[in-house]
Design a protein around this ligand. Sequence first.
Ligand code: FMN
Length: 248
Amino acid sequence: MPNNSPEKILILNGSPKCKSSLTLKVTGAFIKGMQSERNCTAEYIHVSEKNIRPCTGCLSCWGRTEGECVIKDDDMPFIRDSILSSDYIIESFPIYFFGMPGTLKVMTDRLLGIMCTFSGEEIDPIKTERHALRSPKEGQRLALITSCGFSESADVFEPIKKQYDLVFGADRYSHFCVPQLKALAQAGSGQRFSKMLALAEQAGAEFITTGKIDPALTAELSSPILSQKTYRVLMEKFWRDEKDEVKE
Ligand SMILES: Cc1cc2nc3c(=O)[nH]c(=O)nc-3n(C[C@H](O)[C@H](O)[C@H](O)COP(=O)(O)O)c2cc1C
């Protein structure tokens, strides 16, 4: 009997701005694209709203137990179950200091128990085995949707890309990083922002049907839409207006 139950998309929103995250707006368009192609449920977890204690580094999940964490009185057991049971995991977060926001990093560290000690395949370039997932869900796919303030998103995203390449393997996840997002979304570039959301929707449709995002589309989503001059003018006006609002 074919299984007709809808597939599950899990959105892990790592922006401390929770529902007002601009990255999440882009992710919303991506999810719309996914759902236009397939019957999927979407569950949102706003990581900053959750009670997540930091990993203590005891390594019990790799030694004394088979993946079990010693911390049991916070929201991680629920988050971990959601991750393990999802068909698609979408991590949505802004770049902070060329990395991920602290709350998301705290959550990520607590996922050590879902990885094996040493039983994955070799990763280039460090020639050691990857910590593969203990019980991978067949066909599960991961996408990272990130955003940054600067125009040069490839450079800004590079440290995160390196980190995920080492953790998961370079071809095992899809990603794009939208540059200039605040300027696009909040500083008077409505039409250009709408165009970018339409591209994100297209990327979502592609991701769910082919399992990846076409490199040309990834490049388009990751390219600055505004010239450096327009970007500066818009942002300077934005910050001036903010200051004026405080004075009034
Ligand atoms: C603490 C902090 C650190 C940031 N660091 C960077 C950075 O290293 N590079 C960058 O381009 N933008 C940086 N930004 C800008 C955010 O990435 C950008 O505004 C993002 O689009 C906000 O997305 P959000 O609305 O989803 O939170 C930083 C913002 C904050 C608040």
